[in-house]
Ligand binder design. Sequence first.
Ligand code: G3I
Length: 392
Amino acid sequence: MRRARTPRTPFRLPRITTALAAVPLALTAAVVPAAAAPAPAAERATTERAERGHHGRDTLRDAAPKGFFIGTAVAGGGHHAEQPYADPFAYDVEYRDRMAREFNSLSAENQMKWEYIHPTRDYYNFYPADAIVRYAQENRQVVRGHTLLWHSQNPAWLEEGDFSDEELREILHEHITTVVGRYAGRIQQWDVANEIFDEDGEYREENIWIRELGPGIVADAFRWAHEADPRAKLFFNDYGVESVNAKSDAYYALIQELKADGVPVHGFAPQSHLSTRYGFPGDLQANLQRFADLGLETAITELDVRMDLPEGGEPTAAQQAQQADYYRRALQACLGVETCNSFTIWGFTDKYSWVPVFFPSEGSATVMTEDYERKPAYHALQDTLRSVRGKR
Ligand code: G3I
């Protein structure tokens, strides 16, 4: 007998964007899927501009020391689907241009998650993920794959299906083999297991794989991913593990067990969704270092720093300075650990940030305004990268 599943959020139709609002509903079915496809003209324009402007640029990737990857999430799917704009990665040429110029690493914000890439049992939608990987290759960027085993953003057919344990195990095996295999050699790091522990360091009951198949499935996921792409570095990824605490201790213990059993685990990453409501996690570097001492790569994978916005929505100079300080310290912590070579921010412009959607009174969490103006936080990252260039 299988236990009852966590109830799902009721299905909501995505809000139709302004451009589509006038289109009769019968037509939207035809229009919406096409909107997910990157416009070839936008794609060409980005590549041409990136090539033209390669030398002498004043950007983050130019400031980064050799072998260090400064990355961003690529906006698309998830909360964007409900916002009054077209898919950013497909349609916003300026966004694409800046992403090419500023970063040498990209993470799929939603496009490689189960509900997007594997929406029905027998069908994979690779189009958005393929477009990101192709764009990254054209712009000499590496890609972080996100994610393979998670409790969230799973399709209804999976969460609500009635599968035997053997079937469920085979579904995960097939998914990992198919998705990781498709991008083999083109993904630098995979977030194989995302957010598997709760704040007390217990396995999350909402995780279908662990709940139904037991925690041993985590080791299998790493083994299958490694078989499908032996070159990709395989990571644990979570929020709330920036400091030494019960949750990061649980990873520390698990990873030692897995390594002793010969499981191919290569990395540990605190996502780092920070807020100026709370103090900066001052032991971030020490925490990364203890994982590095286990022989692991480390990374910061989803940094942003949200804040309570004053009336009018504009952060004060003091707020901006505090935010810049958090960005600087997070980067310094990573740069201070020899195996921390990948530092990703969860979006680079407030225009597309997930933060106001999830935390309505908070925002301004990224390093650029909605108009792509560089904030003090941007300069904090740039200056910090420059300060170690040639020394690392
Ligand atoms: O589940 C509903 C679905 O039932 C409904 O049909 C659909 C309508 O558009 O909305 C669905 O929920 C959305 C969900 O993505 C699934 O697509 C939410 O409204 C939307 O807010 C959500 O956003 C994403 C979020 O992950 C979901 O957890 C964000 O875009 C994305 O930035 C965010 O990224 C996560 C990382 O993957 C992991 N770490 C935390 C980080 C921030 O939450």
